[in-house]
Design a protein. Sequence first.
Length: 559
Amino acid sequence: MSGPLLLAVDDDPEHLRLIQQELVKRYAADYRVLCVSTAAEALQLLEEAAVSSGEVALLLADLWLAEELGPMLFTEAQARHPHAKRLALGSFRRRVDSVLAQEQLFKAASAGLIDDWIAPPLQPGDEHFHQGITNLLYQWWQSHGPGLRLIRIVGEKSSARVHEIRDQLSRHGLWFEFVDVESADGRQLLNQFHLDHPRLPVVIAFSTVNENPSDSEMAEDFGVRTRPPSPRYDVIIIGGGPAGLSAAVYGGSEGLRTLLLEREAIGGQAGSSSSIRNYLGFARGISGGDLAYRAFEQARMFGTDLVYGEAIALNQAGDDHVVTLRNGDTVTAPAVVIATGAAYRRLGIENVEAFTGSGLFYGSAAAEAHAIQGQAVHIVGGANSAGQAALHLARHASQLTMIIRGATLTQTMSDYLIRAIEAAPNITVRYETEVVDGSGDHQLTQLTLRHKASGATETVPTSGLFVLIGADPHTAWLPEAIQRDTLGYLFTGTDLLQTSQANPAWPLSRPSLPFETSMPGVFAVGDVRHGEAKRVAAAVGDGSAAIRLVHEYLSDRSR
């Protein structure tokens, strides 16, 4: 039969028999299930699939095959089929040294050689076994399966607006298909909907056709609110990153009438991360988008209202606070939580900035992963977000070069990411190097790099430049009465300055609460806050703690 290959390898005949029985029973209707007992047979099947351009969805193999061929098999699978999920069979009971076996598994996972590990099925219908299989197949299907192509974007490949739309849809977990307007399929789609000279890009969502739609128009088409359903709440949360989502979950669950405003996409910067592996409770990692969507659904289950809209002003009205949205709507609450996070810092090179969205991308730009298939790309940045982006994009690119201003990654990146980058065969790190220029026609195709110590420059070809070089807080829209540091991050709690030109004195007799800004009743959480740890777990903790403080503030106000 045809279909994506699900390949299992185990040299234990009894294990292999049960594995084959379980895989065929559950997955043979949609996948080509093959089970073999040797690495040589598996390599032959992987090679045949590569030659015929066949899809490999999952390789399930014993890491300790005869003659220590297990690691080599996974390495070859990674090279031939970088999109395939790789799952190691970890049957410790038949290993002489189970502790050493576990260490080998952890090392293989840290190096990016395997995506996960699982014990073989112990009996027919072993649901623990199937949970591991289906989780990885779901991850593969999300990125590389046929999907539900109910949303199609027709436009030009180099269009910055096409990139923005693709990025928004990806960050919201919506499946879509891009169709080049110059292709036969593109012309056929336009003719089908009687579009002779449309304003590109055209977004066809289900049966709705929009020419060059705004973000708000698309949100309305997908059933997302763009206007607050009520003029008044107990607490307004501005920003839908991990901190804001956490506050939204706890606000709704603790009985507060809660509004969450988000101007771009749920999840913030963390939402674009391909894999967060150091967040508590997710030993195998979770994508930022999945984490954000789960939190979003959780908040909605507790009754939080989500509105897609940008806050542009915050004012006091007696004991209340009034938030004004860009569309002119206003909404009022006694308490406000600022969770606007930070936006990726710009590269600031005019010739390169001209290619924003058509070769230059800020953040990991997960939507562009398929577009760089088999090409050479570059990343600027040396923090965790850059490391996660590098590992994700390297699954698609033929070669990925990280450009680092410093002499080492150890000061800015977690050890597990550094180990994985060092182990990746197609990732190169260029230290003490910076981008100084770029060029191209309609697309960025060349970069000029300079080595900081020697001053020597070099021009290199590129198919994409992804920039993750820190961030600036989104606070310029806030009133001057809210104190901030020289970089724009908000002071809270004990960090508040005692006096300043904008706020000469704390207006209340009580001391400010933790996370409370210099404007009473306005709290700041997550990356927007001065001194924040810049970790997802820290942001989530901020959001939950802020709601407890909101309760305290509201209780004190009612006395």
